[in-house]
Write a protein that binds this ligand. Structure first.
Ligand SMILES: NC(=O)c1ccc[n+]([C@@H]2O[C@H](COP(=O)([O-])OP(=O)(O)OC[C@H]3O[C@@H](n4cnc5c(N)ncnc54)[C@H](OP(=O)(O)O)[C@@H]3O)[C@@H](O)[C@H]2O)c1
Length: 320
């Protein structure tokens, strides 16, 4: 099969399209013919071996896993021994955050991992929203965002931010989205109750207060957002912070049990994909797609993701 392979850390150009053996589904696994995948910030950071401490997991000198790609959508073509959940022909989507492997024509994945059926009417490229939604959900869930509460989503135009707006609305929260001018209409279309243009005004100087401020793109800080929090409110981030302050502040919040600052670590994706399928099915979650590239143009896709300017997701059309 064809796969995008990286044998060393580096810029997008180290990724090469190669012929590699098609995986064989083991016991309890299914083989998926991948029809769509994404190049995400995770793929890009893993490719460049960043942050440095992550290399303890991803490989000290070179990537341990040469085929990246976390999000997939495709068709089950084979089932391994004792795999009973899916049948050949089933349309499935999901996440492979530990083993990656989605930048390839085929992916073998445990049937009880993060895999769910694609709802009727949703195309493969519309189903590869999993990773951003997983990160967003993990933060909303860790905070315990509930109906009637208010959230400010900062950087609501990226993969995590566009999902955060939709998932917060699905929870019945009131959402303020902070984006650049070019994304104001998008944020409104995603359901934001209020949109703020960060290029035109200082969002921290506004009078509104929030239960949760969620920095979905790692470009603001607790210090800047602290005045926006209601009593008992919290600041959640997806990133370490400019000086890694979110790490220290979230540790301190845990020690003091204040819950004031947190990096909502995404865990148990298998517990999330079923919910995402329901939200996709009834239209409460939709993919925001910046652009498509075929698999043989994946270097181009990485280059665009590296600009940190993408809107939503960058889709790789793998086959068909
Ligand atoms: N290390 C990892 O493995 C990993 C994995 C996943 C996510 N993350 C972190 O999670 C965060 C979000 O990831 P993502 O995939 O959702 O990001 P993304 O899709 O790359 O976000 C890009 C969006 O952010 C907007 N943006 C850029 N600068 C901004 C600013 N100063 N204020 C507000 N918006 C700004 C851009 O639009 P404009 O420039 O037009 O505003 C663009 O639409 C990142 O910090 C990323 O590092 C890390």
């Amino acid at each position: 099969m064809k796969a995008a392979v990286c044998t060393r850390y580096g810029p997008p150009e180290v990724v090469a399209l190669c012929d590699v053996p098609t995986p064989v589904p083991g016991a309890g696994e299914v083989l998926v013919q991948v029809r769509a995948a994404t190049v995400s910030r995770t793929d890009r950071e893993t490719l460049r071996g960043h942050p440095w401490f992550a290399r303890a997991v991803t490989g000290l000198v070179r990537p341990k896993i040469p085929i990246l790609g976390v999000d997939f959508a495709g068709i089950v073509t084979e089932v391994g021994d004792r795999a009973t959940r899916f049948r050949p022909g089933d349309r499935v989507f999901g996440l492979s955050p530990e083993r990656f492997g989605c930048h390839a024509e085929y992916l073998a994945i445990a049937e009880n991992a993060a895999v769910a059926e694609i709802p009727d009417g949703i195309a493969f490229h519309e189903a590869v929203v999993g990773e951003g939604a997983w990160y967003a959900h993990s933060n909303l869930e860790a905070f315990g965002l509930s109906e009637g509460q208010s959230v400010l989503a900062y950087g609501a135009s990226g993969a995590i931010g566009t999902a955060a707006v939709q998932l917060a609305k699905a929870r019945g929260a009131t959402v303020t989205a902070v984006v650049a001018t070019r994304h104001l209409d998008l944020a409104t279309a995603l359901g934001a109750d209020r949109v703020v243009d960060y290029t035109a005004e200082d969002f921290t100087a506004r009078p509104e207060r929030y239960d949760l401020v969620f920095d979905a793109v790692g470009k603001t800080s607790y210090r800047a957002c602290k005045p926006l929090l209601k009593p008992g409110g919290a600041f959640h981030a997806t990133d370490l912070g400019r000086w890694w302050e979110n790490v220290f502040l979230s540790l301190w919040s845990s020690v003091t049990r204040s819950g004031r600052v947190a990096i909502g670590m995404p865990v148990r994706p298998e517990a999330v994909v079923g919910m995402l399928a329901e939200l996709l099915a009834d239209g409460r979650l939709r993919a925001v797609i910046d652009r498509h590239h075929p698999l043989d143009e994946i270097v181009e896709a990485y280059r665009h993701v590296a600009t940190e300017q993408k809107t939503g997701i960058v889709v790789i059309d793998v086959a068909g």
